[in-house]
Design a protein around this ligand. Structure first.
Ligand code: SF4
Length: 386
């Protein structure tokens, strides 16, 4: 089956083998929080083996050498605000023509003065994590009391400093029914984008319960519903794009949207009506998700310069201290394999949505030990036919 062209999903405009759409650079692993789901297993002190300022500038020049329009760059951690030279890195990247964003932790490092100096250096957007709609849930996740209230205050500071705000939320079995209230919070905080992360069992996240495939399906349908209130993206659930396309086909055919909708979907829908009652929400056309996946438009550089297809897929593709970042993205065998969905195993290899979805390669690796295996977090049964 060949998928018809659709506006429901954005395709990358450039050759995905040539350049990434986005590069995430973990500038440090140091962080004062102890979040349960931390990919980085963050530590309180900076590692002396981190890329230095000069090495960081060189990495940013390498990213800027991908053809224009250059990849988006997100500086993450740990907590990037632990680096005193963060402004210099942002200024350098901006000067090289890169669009720079930040993903700080909410700690005493995050102050209006620091935000103002990073905005002045050229950073454009900031993402903050909010994982529960109640202080008890969020603070337990983050390992410190008071971070829920501090995050809400930080969101206002971020907007006051002139940044675009993104809110990141991790969804687990124990927090999934807080999603409707979280949606309300995210809207009220004035976020432009809500990124919902479907936990992959790596790092401290191994201790938490992940959703099963049917529950993920219900949440994805619910997210497609609420996309009319806020722009939504998913992390480690690329089958959101399959859901959006299926719904488009069903809508054009005048069919109901029954596939994949179960009890959890119905509960989330009922809770949403309650959570949004009295909240002034503006409906808008849904923002189409973009077809980025691990190694396919996406690249992660760790604090020591090792390159991975994503931050949740521990397969080293190269080292920027040794090999130019452009060469690693284009030529590393693991990157090339991840851009070849016909080589995927199980359902993902035969799925008619494999080019536009491809499944979570990180979850495939975490569960099966093989980044090319099928994504066990997807409930879809392909209709066959390559
Ligand atoms: S089977 Fe794999 S490629 Fe197909 S929709 Fe599910 S995760 Fe995506």
């Amino acid at each position: 089956m060949t998928l018809a062209p659709s506006r429901a999903v954005r395709r990358q405009r450039h050759d995905v083998h040539d350049r990434p759409f986005i590069v995430i650079w973990e500038v440090t692993r140091a962080c004062q929080l102890a979040c349960l789901h931390c990919r980085a297993d963050a530590i309180t002190r900076r590692n002396p083996g981190e890329l230095t300022l000069e090495e960081g500038r060189s990495l940013l020049d390498g990213i800027a050498s991908f053809p224009s329009p250059h990849p988006l760059v997100v500086l993450t951690g740990g907590d990037p605000f632990e680096r005193p030279d963060l402004e210099q890195l942002v200024r350098h990247g901006t000067g090289a023509g890169l669009s720079m964003s930040l993903s700080p932790s909410v700690t005493p490092n995050l102050t209006p003065d620091r935000l103002a100096s990073l905005r002045e250096a050229g950073a454009k957007a900031v993402s903050l994590s909010l994982d529960g709609a109640r202080a008890a849930t969020h603070d337990a996740f983050r390992g410190f009391e008071g971070t829920y209230a501090a995050t809400r205050a930080a969101a206002q500071q971020v907007r006051d400093a002139g940044f675009r705000l993104q809110v990141n939320s991790t969804v687990t079995r124990s927090t999934v029914e807080e999603l409707p209230s979280l949606l309300r919070d995210v809207i009220e905080l004035g976020a432009q984008l809500w990124s919902v992360f479907f936990l992959v069992p790596t790092g401290r996240g191994q201790q938490l319960q992940t959703l099963d495939a049917e529950q993920i399906e219900d949440v994805l349908h619910w997210l497609a519903d609420v996309s009319r209130f806020i722009a939504v993206k998913t992390t480690e659930a690329p089958h959101f794009r399959r859901v959006v396309l299926q719904r488009e086909v069903a809508a054009v055919a005048g069919e109901g949207l029954s596939p994949g909708r179960g009890d959890l979907y119905r509960r989330l829908t009922a809770l949403t009506a309650r959570a949004l009652a009295g909240v002034p929400v503006r409906e808008r056309p849904a923002r189409p998700p973009i077809d980025v996946n691990s190694g396919r438009g996406f690249m992660f550089v760790d604090h020591t310069g090792k390159v991975y297809p994503s931050g949740f897929l521990p397969q080293v593709a190269g080292d920027v201290r040794v090999t130019p970042v452009t060469q690693i993205y284009r030529q590393a065998p693991v990157m090339r394999a991840l851009r070849t969905p016909d080589g995927f195993g199980g359902r993902c290899g035969t799925c008619e949505f494999r080019e536009v979805c491809g499944g979570s390669r990180s979850r495939a690796y975490a569960v099966n030990g093989d980044p090319l295996a099928e994504d066990p977090g997807c409930a879809y049964v392909p209709t066959g036919g390559r």
